[in-house]
Design a protein around this ligand. Structure first.
Ligand SMILES: NC(=O)N[C@@H](CC(=O)O)C(=O)O
Ligand SMILES: [Zn+2]
Ligand SMILES: [Zn+2]
Length: 424
């Protein structure tokens, strides 16, 4: 029997209590008089373990950039107890066997619950539906499907996918990029004055917004659920807000980088800041923050996208798209949203744990801090400021846009079913 006492933590930033954990479950919340191994949590905030709807773990295929183990280590250090592993690996997660393999790699690593995302189409080619039903019925119990990295651009394919996943309560997470308006690979800078000045191919906001608008209408038509991955523009926010007001089953996520970083960072041609969708102007960032605060955007998801040096350290136009995010998401959200008063800690729990777990259909994560619940927990020091150092990362990759920045709010402990997976 393993037991643990987390003593004096502020629950969701509110009142302080002792949380006693035994055999992976919270057994009591409130004054505790017995003896147990104790974590002194005075001044710390206790949250339900974080859930990331959007992580690239790169295994199988690109173990030089990340493995399920190293990604899990980075996730635990970031306060996560569950991550959804995107399907754009090599081979693609488009079969039940491939999904079970990712699940098993996650279990072997044993640091976070790794939940595979299934591809929508075979090989992410956008044409033929992947084995959605078999993945759903497999041991991996896949509920989130995404061709992330690519858009399900053909409306007929998207319609069929939505109809199919409806039967088992699945959701399609869409990478909203109309490739006719923003061609894959080349479009790499928010289209505007700066892209013209820098001579970089533009990625216009409308290439995202038209897909979001189309998809919410397909969700309405099919009565199925669509999730908008990495929302980046004010226009997309308007569409999602309208769709929710109509009762359409749409949810949306925003990344930490789109909540803080802006397109002008590209003026030095540093490929660290090259990402899909691209960093946008300050007006978009403002709209994304407001939408996260008012619930139009449901979740923060990292889009942790590790890349090996030999893929990232190139001239801007040739470098890979993507940036790290797992270890810095909570501090960035704390700095941007909590310090500014846009969210309180209960709000952080909602957008980084409760809502993502609900969207992904994970019933053992994102739970209340209450007796009988699984002890998936994250401890945060809300006043600790530190400078992010990319060399201190547990990820195998170093494409970290936060290097050298000061953030406030540090993850000091992560617990998966009562077992400490990060901190000491
Ligand atoms: N975000 C990125 O720029 N890159 C992601 C793919 C994606 O999320 O679209 C990747 O797999 O590297
Ligand atoms: Zn994407
Ligand atoms: Zn992604």
């Amino acid at each position: 029997m393993t037991s643990l006492l987390i003593k004096g933590a502020s629950l969701l930033g509110g009142e302080a209590a002792d949380v006693y954990v035994e055999d992976g479950l919270i057994r009591s919340v409130g004054p505790f008089s017995g003896t147990a191994e104790t974590v002194d949590a005075d001044g710390l905030v206790l949250l339900p373990g974080l859930v990331d709807l959007h992580t690239h773990l790169r295994e199988p295929g690109r173990e030089d950039a990340e493995t399920v183990l190293t990604g899990s280590q980075a996730a635990a250090a970031g306060g996560y107890t569950s991550v959804l592993a995107m399907a754009n690996t090599t081979p693609v997660t488009d079969t039940a066997e491939a999904a079970e393999r990712v699940l098993d790699l996650g279990r072997a690593a044993g640091l976070v619950d790794v939940q595979p995302v299934g591809a929508v189409t075979k090989g992410l080619a956008g044409e033929e539906l992947a084995e959605l039903g078999l993945m759903a019925r497999s041991r991996a119990r896949v509920r989130v499907f995404s061709d992330d990295g690519k858009c399900v651009a053909d409306p007929r394919v998207m319609r069929r996918a939505l109809e199919y996943v409806k039967a088992f309560g699945g959701v399609v997470s869409q990478h909203s990029q109309d490739p006719a308006l923003a061609p894959y690979g080349s479009a790499c800078c928010h289209e505007g004055q700066l892209s013209g000045e820098l001579g970089l191919p533009g990625w216009p906001s409308v290439a995202e917004e038209t897909i979001v608008a189309r998809d919410v209408m397909l969700a309405r038509h099919t009565g199925s659920r669509v999730h908008v991955a990495h929302v980046s523009t004010a226009g997309s926010v308007e569409v999602v807000r309208w769709a929710k007001a109509q009762g359409i089953a749409v949810t949306a996520e925003v990344t930490p980088h789109h909540l803080l970083l802006t397109t002008d960072l590209l003026s030095g041609y540093d490929p660290t800041y090259k990402v899909n969708p691209p960093l946008r102007p300050a007006e978009d960032v403002e709209a994304l923050r407001a939408a996260l605060a008012d619930g139009t955007i449901d979740a923060v998801a990292t889009d942790h996208a590790p890349h090996a040096r030999h893929d990232k350290e190139h001239a801007f136009v040739d470098a890979a798209f993507g940036m790290l995010g797992l270890e810095t998401a909570l501090p960035v959200v704390a700095t941007v949203m909590v310090e500014s008063g846009l969210l309180d800690w209960a709000g952080v729990a909602r957008v980084m744990s409760v809502n993502p777990a609900a969207i992904a259909g994970l019933d053992r994560h994102g739970r209340p801090l209450a007796e009988g619940e699984p002890a998936n927990l994250t401890l945060v020091d809300p006043s600790a400021s530190y400078v992010v150092d990319r060399e201190a990362s547990l990820s195998l990759s170093r494409n970290n846009p936060w290097h050298g920045r000061t953030v406030t709010g540090r993850v000091v402990g992560t617990f998966l079913r009562g077992r400490r997976t990060f901190g000491s």
